[in-house]
Design a protein around this ligand. Sequence first.
Ligand code: COS
Length: 384
Amino acid sequence: MDYFLTEEQQMVVDVARQITDELIIPQRAELDEREEYPREIIKAMAQADLFGLYIPEEYGGFGGGIFEVVLALEQFGRGCVGIGTTYAASALGIFPVLLDGSEEMKEKYLPDIAAGRKQAAFALTEAGAGSDASAVQTTAVLDGEEWVLNGTKQWITNGGEAQVYTVVAVTDREKGPRGASMFVVEEGDPGFSYGKKEKKLGIRASATRELIFDNCRIPKDRLIGRQGMGFVTVMKTLDKSRPGIGALGVGLAQGALDEAAVYAKQRVQFGKPIISFQAVAHMLADMATQVEAARALLYAAARHIDAHPKNISKISAMSKLFATDMAMRVTTDAVQVLGGYGYMREYPTEKMMRDAKILQIYEGTNQIQRNVIGQELNKEYNRA
Ligand code: COS
């Protein structure tokens, strides 16, 4: 389908596609097997200026929006969701600075992120704070000219690989969600170290690690925005980042459909290519229809978010929910079309199915997305 991309948007697609086809696809199986962070591919993305897509031009970026990020992530997701997640997590990590950081903070951090010289990570999740994002236990206490952070963050994508971390900590426990604040912590800050590196079912090329703050001292001006507004910054950040996860889902499902269709044309059983059997052709038809429907919703959502950046929670959650549930179904069906071959590591479909699962879990489980959509519907129909 023609989505009427501008010349610049088409260029984003072409550059991301080239990196995907020439670098990501040839290396994905090995990086997955070795659980290795894709350092060289990240360098290539930086050389192609892809880390600046969503960063304003005055900070060295391309000046695009969520739609441009979605276009790039769709391509990366088609190749490898682990590698795509590495890119997406850096955007997630720097969005709090972009959305609520001071001018000085933006000038300090954004140019390095835009150029790909530094990567970012978003540190919200803890052992006891997942879906319940306001249950964070990590604390930040002001001591003279410094904040002192204590606590442990869990499952942080890009942990140990990023240089810039945006961290949620409680500054006033009495105030509930209004008692959380966000800070920038840099690699090498005193009292900041990395803990356990996780071993995962899928997205194994992405790094997932604990962050430990043990009397970590950072300058006072590393507070992002205002004290007590951290939870709101988190929610605004997730509203912006969730379509990117939908994009990984659409790309992944497209990749799985491509594998299944090519296989079904080549594989001969009972004297005919299996695509000529209606049972298989109907599976492919459903897969293709679902991919296109998710892409149409995702692109419309991303364009809406860029044009109307307020009140985007519902459409953002919908694009993540629909595209990632779809990706789980389509990758599972792709394995089925390939049969026994689909289950073997020689073919990419088993990895695609493993990778799809995380899309329904991270950046808010799909149950949480339904809660967000439900809450928004509740408000809308009150007004009616
Ligand atoms: N934008 C701006 N502000 C928002 C917001 C949004 N999208 N969503 C909530 N807020 C504000 C609310 O207005 C409220 O402010 P007040 O205290 O002034 O009323 C505050 O934030 C708390 O909101 P709410 O009461 O809805 O918070 P809950 O604890 O009920 O949050 C959800 C529920 C499900 C929305 C939240 O916990 C969530 O999204 N969880 C998933 C987190 C997640 O994605 N984790 C994955 C790890 S990050 S990779």
